[in-house]
Design a binder for this molecule. Structure first.
Ligand code: UDP
Length: 235
């Protein structure tokens, strides 16, 4: 096993499956099964999930809602996804804890770093909901920050493409995939891997990122076992 403790970042949009909005139960279960394979290896797993399938703060202003209010709505959306994922993991016989970036005390625990680490050591999968709890951030930034705090060895960014390309592979047929990139190269080439805050946090703290296709069964397990798939971004 190459990684003992990972942080898996899933976008909210990934949960939509073939739908245009919300949560596809089939997709949720599929992800839970992929995560189970890695859990069975003995890996410690923390997960950050986005909210884009329900609400994003940037949408707010067009709807007459101020940005900060919109961001809190986005954070609540991530909590809804996190609760759904928690249920799917439990149905697949995994132990979990949901920790929120702000207090929602009837639903889950607040994020407390030492407690999160203890949960991981005890074999529980920890899901971080509500982002970092502050507006003007994203769940990518949350993934980087929490990964650093819990001393994860890598951020695994699960997407629907199998890595970082020279151009958008869904638009440009000649686009080729990078197998590895340095943070500096990714920055100079202006490749969109994560937003700048998230990216810089990883770079400054020497935390590698791997972008990979989460929809391909077995990929997560292969990564944890050290197989080179997707794109590795490192110092
Ligand atoms: N958000 C926030 N602070 C955070 C994390 C998230 O304000 O720390 C809000 C922000 O409005 C964001 C929304 O929650 O647009 C949903 O998260 P994100 O867009 O990162 O989800 P994803 O694109 O991964 O589905």
């Amino acid at each position: 096993m190459k990684y003992k403790r990972i942080l898996l970042k899933l976008s909210g949009e990934a949960l939509m499956g073939d739908q245009n909005y919300g949560i596809d139960p089939k997709k949720l279960n599929q992800y839970a099964q992929e995560i189970k394979k890695v859990k069975d290896l003995g890996t410690e797993i923390a997960i950050v999930i986005g909210g884009g399938n329900i609400y994003r703060g940037v949408q707010a202003e067009t709807g007459g809602i101020d940005r900060v209010q919109g961001d809190y709505m986005g954070m609540l959306a991530t909590l809804i996804n996190a609760m759904a994922l928690q249920s799917a993991l439990e149905q697949n016989k995994m132990y979990t804890r949901l920790m929120s970036g702000f207090k929602v005390e009837n639903v889950c625990e607040p994020f407390i770093r030492r407690r999160a680490i203890r949960h991981l050591e005890k074999g529980r999968i920890v899901i971080f909901g509500a982002g970092i709890g502050n507006p003007y951030f994203t769940t990518d930034s949350t993934a980087s920050l929490r990964a650093i705090e819990i001393e994860a060895e890598v951020v695994l960014k699960g997407t629907r493409v199998d890595g970082v390309y020279t151009a958008d592979p869904e638009k440009d047929k000649n686009a080729t995939r990078y197998t590895t990139l340095s943070f500096q190269e990714a920055y100079e080439k202006n490749l969109s891997i994560m937003d700048m805050t998230a990216f810089t946090l990883c770079q400054e703290n020497n935390l590698p990122i791997i972008v990979f296709d989460m929809n391909k069964s077995g990929n997560l397990e292969k990564l944890v076992m050290g197989e080179e798939i997707g794109t590795l971004i490192t110092s």
